[in-house]
Design a protein around this ligand. Structure first.
Ligand code: PMP
Length: 421
């Protein structure tokens, strides 16, 4: 009752008819509801819980850190969890990225990236370079700058269109993953970046997978061209790896599909294995040195919970767990099982297309699904799957067994067969 009367849930109305299930506990790939029902998690709690819930090594590391300190301010102080995490991230992210700014959520990491780009050009004596180029169907978060580079019409930020900075949008790439980049995509990049070279601070992209804006997988070659065209017209490249980072697409970071490095990169979500909220914005020596030498000579951001020691410990432990696991093989196995299992949905009249990449399996419907009936159907089938709009998708934890994934796939196939006429 308290929940229904007083607590807002993500993207929901207070008087919503949609069910909200109370969770008692979660372990491995299972979420246990208060009423005792056990659900196999197909969402990794919005794509972050890669090693599953209640992981003994994660728990132990966090408990140990808790006994030392849960938090300490980062202004003028530092600590081992931040130092060790930084060493680890420097090893696994593109070599050009040498400086790291920690923040508390993906959206904030995007804000930080955009501020870095603006401060960089300001320090370079080109303060007119303040705008950003983004893609149609992009999604970069819910805060104001992040909203401004998310699709202004089709995204969830339509309402705020006139309240946010007006950015420049390129058509969504038509070149699919595993295809060479189509000429019309290259032309669009060239044309737009050339036209706005004098006012654009950066091009911001979700590499390979456009996530919450439509689960679209595009060509790695497109990314290569984006990098080339950015260099040609003196525009920074920001890659938002918040959803794609830490193995989800089959590479540790999605930019590796194209063998490119951005000037600025955002990571979050699976950074802490889903345990605590932490994000980071990474950049090059060139960007950070330029900011240092500009006016006011400091980078203007500093959140209260910057580099929170518990979150840094979770991130370090999660990243080490991932690197020590057979993540590449696991994800390949998950990918082939998703491909084989979801394929049949292509035969359903209500389905537009099935797409699979790495540990992401998407069934795009022709019409938006009815959230109430589909959520209930999934829960009754013993799985936790939360579609949005026309997209019914699976993003399982990396520890999901063949049998558990089979249960998730079967639930999606049967539910789509039965519930959507
Ligand atoms: N960028 C991308 C690509 C995302 O998918 C998300 C979250 N879905 C964000 C940014 C925002 O992250 P957060 O919800 O942690 O603010």
């Amino acid at each position: 009752m308290i929940d229904h009367e007083h607590i807002w849930h993500p993207y929901s109305a207070m008087n919503s008819e949609l069910p909200v299930y109370e969770v008692e506990s979660a372990n491995g790939v299972h979420i246990t509801l208060k009423d005792g029902r056990e659900l196999i998690d197909g969402m990794s709690s919005w794509w972050c819980m890669i090693h599953g819930y209640n992981h003994p090594k994660m728990n132990a590391a966090i408990e140990q850190q808790l006994k030392k300190m849960s938090h300490v301010m980062f202004g003028g102080l530092t600590h081992q969890p931040a130092i060790e995490l930084t060493k680890q991230l420097l090893e696994i992210t593109p070599a050009a990225l040498q400086k790291i700014f920690y923040s508390d959520s993906g959206s904030v990491a995007v804000e930080v990236a955009m501020k870095m780009a603006i401060q960089y050009w300001h320090a370079k004596g080109q303060p007119e370079k303040q705008r950003f180029i983004s893609l149609r169907s992009a999604y970069h978060g819910d805060t104001f700058a992040a909203m401004s580079v998310s699709d202004p019409d089709t995204g969830m930020h339509k309402l705020f269109k006139d309240a946010v900075a007006q950015q420049i949008f390129i058509k969504q790439p038509i070149s699919r993953f595993n295809e060479a980049c189509h000429k019309q995509d290259i032309d669009e990049l060239e044309k737009t970046l050339k036209k706005h070279a004098n006012e654009a601070a950066a091009l911001i992209l979700e590499p390979i997978v456009q996530g919450a804006g439509g689960m679209w997988f595009y060509s790695a070659d497109y990314l290569k061209h984006a990098k080339r065209v950015c260099e040609k017209y003196n525009i920074l490249l920001i890659l938002d790896e918040i959803a794609t980072g830490f193995g989800r697409t089959g590479k540790l970071f999605a930019c590796e599909h194209a063998d490119i490095a951005p000037d600025i990169m955002c990571i979050g979500k699976a950074l802490t294995g889903g345990y605590l909220s932490l994000a980071a914005t990474l950049t090059t020596n060139e960007v950070s040195n330029t900011i240092d030498h500009g006016d006011p000579g400091v980078f203007m951001h500093g959140p209260t919970f910057m580099a929170n020691p518990l979150a840094c410990t979770a991130a370090l432990t999660s990243t080490k767990l991932l690197l020590a696991s057979n993540w590449k093989e696991n994800i390949k196995k998950i990918e082939s099982q998703l491909k084989v299992g979801l394929e049949i949905c292509n035969n359903f009249e209500t389905v537009n297309e099935v797409r699979v990449l790495g540990a992401i399996g998407v069934v795009e419907m022709k019409q938006p699904v009815d959230m109430k009936s589909i959520t209930e159907a999934f829960v009754n089938a013993g799985v936790w799957v939360r579609p949005f709009g026309k997209l019914v998708y699976l993003m399982p934890t990396f520890i999901v067994s063949q049998e558990e994934l089979n249960k998730l796939i079967t639930a999606v196939v049967n539910t789509l067969k039965q519930h959507i006429k």
